[in-house]
Design a binder for this molecule. Structure first.
Ligand code: UT7
Length: 326
């Protein structure tokens, strides 16, 4: 066992105030509350207000994670923001967050792995902490996904929402069975064209809109998430029954239910926030975690299983014993 432990000690979240229900959407999109709920489980989503940006959401979530950990911004050595909807093409959203929260001693950069961004960013942060790049990291998933939606495309525009979640990772110099127990990442660029944005600086010189072959993505999601969770469990020498909470990416309730079935978990061990948040891409896992810590379900010392898949395709899973040994 490694002589060090990377703990996940705190979580924070932020949702923009503007709530848009399925009914609201059906006033200007050819859809219905019944279709959206039956196919996805979504009932509402939050959208940013004019002038409110991804960095603003991320900074709110980061400040809450810091407050929950009773830490100061100067205690943070590393900020990674996982986002697909940065405020600017450059500089990174993470540098804006660093400035906004006053974490003047932290290095900062963004990670782009779309809906798997949080899982990727946690893995990168863990490796950097183990590599000696500091003691404490803020890992943030933050999105203004509403900015990428094509309101003429009902097959995608009803699926996404905006928000941010943040966790604090801390390295300690004792070996323990707390913190990140395993983390597994994958990528397969052969499937780039089933989920992508049809714009970008070097191709079209504009931002573009999200495009998705929903059925294909769904098929890959169920298959790949089950396989990567098996890998993460094997790497930690654990069984599904060791898991206290499945905290999955929140894209579609049917994908979440399929994972629950494959892992043979009782339904009450699965955190589901897709109904209230929709798919917030990189923000969805830390938002779900913050919800479950906030309502008292997730307790210090609980074993979390997290998984996500996104455009690329990229996917991954992580097992984390949450909190801090007393
Ligand atoms: O976060 C990254 C990962 N993303 C995902 O995991 C998303 C994965 N995919 C999905 O969640 C599902 O495939 C969707 C929710 C996107 C779509 O569900 P589906 O059961 O695969 O539906 P479908 O695309 O096959 O569409 C079925 C029907 C079609 O009509 P016809 O051709 O059968 O007459 C669509 O035109 O539903 C129609 N439809 C809609 N109807 C009302 C598609 N979108 C809508 C809509 N409102 N918004």
């Amino acid at each position: 066992m490694s002589k060090q432990t990377v703990l996940m000690t705190s979580v924070g979240a932020y949702l923009p105030a503007n709530v848009v229900t399925n009914e609201d959407l059906s006033a200007y999109v050819d859809t219905s509350d019944e279709w959206i709920q039956r196919r996805t489980g979504i009932t509402q989503r939050h959208f940013v207000a004019d002038g409110e940006t991804t960095a603003d959401l991320a900074s709110h979530a980061a400040n809450q994670a810091l407050a929950n950990a009773a830490m100061q911004p100067k205690d943070i050595d590393l900020i990674i923001v996982a986002t697909t909807t940065p405020d600017n093409t450059f500089p990174s959203t993470a540098t804006k967050v660093q400035h906004q929260i006053g974490a003047t001693g932290a290095i900062a950069f963004d990670v782009q792995a779309v809906c798997a961004g949080f899982i990727y960013a946690v893995d990168v942060a863990e490796a950097m902490l183990r590599g000696g790049r500091g003691r404490r990291a803020l890992v943030i998933g933050a999105e203004s996904f509403s900015k990428l939606l094509d309101w003429q495309d009902r097959t995608t525009c009803v699926l996404f929402g905006d928000g941010a979640g943040a966790v604090i990772l801390e390295i300690t110099d004792e070996a323990s069975d707390w913190g990140i127990r395993s983390s597994v990442l994958h990528a397969d660029g052969a499937h780039r064209d089933i989920l992508y944005v049809d714009g970008g600086p070097s191709s079209t010189n504009d931002v573009g809109h999200v495009r998705m072959e929903g059925k294909e993505v769904f098929r890959h999601a169920v298959e790949k998430l089950a396989a990567v969770m098996d890998e993460a469990l094997a790497a930690a020498d654990m069984q599904p029954q060791d898991i206290d909470w499945l905290v999955p990416h929140q894209a579609n309730i049917r994908i979440i239910d399929a994972m629950q079935k494959k892992m043979q978990l009782p339904s009450e061990k699965v955190i589901r926030t897709v109904a209230a948040h929709a798919n917030t891409s990189a923000a969805s896992i830390p938002l779900a975690l913050a919800t479950a810590v906030g309502d008292g379900r997730v307790q210090n010392g609980d074993l979390l299983a997290m998984e996500a898949i996104g455009g690329g395709l990229v996917w991954g899973a992580a097992l984390v014993k949450f909190g801090r040994p007393s």
